[in-house]
Design a protein around this ligand. Structure first.
Ligand SMILES: [Zn+2]
Length: 392
C-alpha cells in the first residue's frame, strides 16, 4: 500500500449540524474521528485537510424543489412552521433547528468540494466526513437528512464534467433519497447494500426496485438479512462490486460510508466489525483503480455508537482511501484525551479482534438467504446494464 493524494474535507463548523442534545445523529463523532486520524499521524504529506464551502442555491436547486428549499430557509430563520410536516421536517427524527439551512448548505458544499478536488485531478480520493445524508428527497427531509449532499455532488459532477457516476452506499439503511432523485437517470447508477426494509427504516430497497424509464436497470439493491456478519457481507461485495463496475464503467465513484451496520450500533440489527469498513473501501478503491482512474468521492453517513465504533470505522475508511496503513493500537494519548468524557470504556484496538462479538445465531441460514438475494439481483439487473449480456 502506498499513499494516494487525498483530501479530508473538514472544519469544526460542520458540527453545527445538530438537531438537539439527545438526538442520535451526534456531530461529536466527527471530532472524535478526526482526532483519532490526527493522533495516528494520518493527516500529513499528500493526505491533507481541506475546508468545505457553502453549496450555492443553484447547486441545491439542481436536486431539490424551490418550494422545499424556501421552506427550509423559513424554518431555519425561525419563521412560521405550521406546514413543517408537509416537508418531512419538525418530526422526532428530523426536527427543525436554528440555522439548519446554512449548516446543511455547508455540509452539502463539503461533498461538492470533495467532488471538485477529485474531478480536477488535484487529489484521487476525497472524504467529506460530515456528508452522506442519503435519505433527503427532492421535496422532503427524512431520517436525519435535510438536503442531499450526495445528490447535489452527483448533479455537480454531471453538470460540470458530464461524467457517469456510480454511487455505492453501504450504510445499514437503504439509500432511498439518492435512489429516488436519480431513479430515471441511466448516467447515475446507485447500488445500496443495507439491512432489509422488512425490518428497518425506511422500509424500501428491495431487489425489484430497479429504476424507471431510461433509468431501468440502474438502481441496484441488496437487502441483507438482520444479523449479517462481515463474512457474508464481504462475499457479496467481492462478487457484485467489481462485476457491476466493469459492466457499467463509471467515470467516478461516490461512496457513502455509514457505519451503522456495526454489531454495537444501537439503531440496526446487522453484525459487522470495524474490519468491514476497511475491506469494503479497499475493494471499491481497487475496482476504481482499474475502471475510473481511482477516482472516489467518499462521505460519512449513519453511525450511532459514537465512542466505540465511529472513530475507528472512519479512521479505517480514511486509511483505505488514502492508501495509508492504519496501526492496530489506538494511541494512549487519544484514549487519555477522551476517556474522561466517554460514558463507556473506550476500545484499545482499531480493528475488532477475531471473535470480539458472539457469533450470530443461524449464521448459515443468513448466509444462504443473502446468497439467494444476490443471485436474484444478478439475474434481474445485470442483463439490463448496457453492454452486458454475454457469458452470464
Ligand atoms: Zn443508516
Amino acid at each position: 500500500m502506498s499513499p494516494v493524494p487525498s483530501a479530508l474535507i473538514w472544519d469544526p463548523a460542520v458540527t453545527r449540524y445538530k438537531f438537539r442534545p439527545d438526538h442520535p445523529f451526534n456531530p461529536r463523532r466527527l471530532e472524535l474521528s478526526v482526532s483519532l486520524m490526527e493522533s495516528l499521524g494520518l493527516l500529513g504529506d499528500g493526505c491533507r485537510v481541506v475546508a468545505p464551502r457553502m453549496a450555492t442555491d443553484d447547486e441545491l436547486l439542481a436536486v431539490h424543489s424551490a418550494e422545499y428549499v424556501d421552506a427550509v430557509k423559513r424554518f431555519s430563520a425561525g419563521g412560521d412552521r405550521s406546514d413543517a410536516f408537509q416537508w418531512g421536517l419538525g418530526t422526532d427524527d428530523t426536527p427543525i433547528f436554528p440555522g439548519m439551512h446554512e449548516v446543511t448548505a455547508l455540509v452539502t458544499g463539503a461533498t461538492i468540494r470533495a467532488a471538485e478536488l477529485v474531478m480536477s485531478g488535484e487529489v484521487r480520493r476525497a472524504f467529506s466526513i460530515c456528508g452522506g445524508l442519503h435519505h433527503a428527497h427532492r421535496d422532503r427531509g427524512s431520517g436525519f437528512c435535510v438536503y442531499s449532499d450526495l445528490a447535489a455532488a452527483i448533479a455537480w459532477i454531471r453538470r460540470e464534467h458530464g461524467a457517469r457516476v456510480m454511487c455505492i452506499d453501504y450504510d445499514a439503511h437503504h439509500g432511498d433519497g439518492v435512489q429516488g432523485i436519480f431513479y430515471e437517470d441511466p448516467e447515475v447508477l446507485t447500488l445500496s447494500l443495507h439491512e432489509s426494509g422488512r425490518y428497518l427504516f425506511p422500509g424500501t430497497g428491495f431487489v425489484d426496485e430497479l429504476g424507471e424509464g431510461e433509468g431501468y436497470g440502474y438502481s441496484l439493491n441488496v437487502p441483507l438479512e438482520p444479523f449479517t456478519e462481515d463474512g457474508s457481507w464481504l462475499a457479496i461485495h467481492e462478487r457484485l462490486l467489481p462485476e457491476v463496475m466493469e459492466a457499467y464503467r463509471p467515470d467516478v465513484v461516490v461512496l457513502q460510508n455509514g457505519c451503522d451496520g456495526h454489531a454495537l450500533d444501537p439503531l440496526t440489527h446487522l453484525r459487522a466489525t470495524t474490519r468491514l469498513y476497511e475491506e469494503t473501501v479497499r475493494i471499491v478503491c481497487e475496482a476504481a483503480d482499474r475502471v475510473c482512474g481511482g477516482r472516489v468521492v467518499a462521505t460519512g453517513g449513519g453511525g450511532y455508537s459514537i465512542w466505540q465504533v465511529v472513530p475507528r470505522a472512519w479512521t479505517l475508511v480514511w486509511g483505505a482511501l488514502s492508501g495509508q496503513p492504519v496501526p492496530d493500537r489506538i494511541p494512549r494519548e487519544w484514549l487519555e484525551r477522551w476517556q474522561g468524557e466517554a460514558p463507556e470504556l473506550l476500545p484499545e484496538l482499531v480493528r475488532d479482534a477475531e471473535g470480539a462479538y458472539p457469533a450470530a445465531p443461524r449464521r448459515e441460514e443468513i448466509q444462504a438467504a443473502n446468497r439467494r438475494t444476490l443471485e436474484q439481483l444478478r439475474r434481474q439487473a445485470l442483463p439490463l446494464i448496457r453492454g452486458w449480456g454475454l457469458g452470464f
